[in-house]
Write a protein that binds this ligand. Sequence first.
Ligand code: SF4
Ligand code: SF4
Length: 76
Amino acid sequence: MAKGEIVINETICKGCGYCAKFCSRGGIVMSRDKFTPKGYLLPIFANPEKCNACGICGWMCPRFAIEVYKYTEAPS
Ligand code: SF4
Ligand code: SF4
């Protein structure tokens, strides 16, 4: 089960690909046919089951376009 989730702000993404490049788990891939509103290639959170919420994609994004969320167990 995925431990994390990311939200990419498509309106400020510049399609640089750093997020996909630095995600060591293959959670993000760059699309080949989907674009941001400004026409840049869009990163896709293609493999959410691989995400461990490490936060690296968010740190590497020069546009601060990624928010990373970590799932935690609900208290019982
Ligand atoms: S939080 Fe970590 S594992 Fe999840 S998509 Fe970003 S870099 Fe990949
Ligand atoms: S690192 Fe940021 S600006 Fe670059 S492709 Fe990923 S979300 Fe877009």
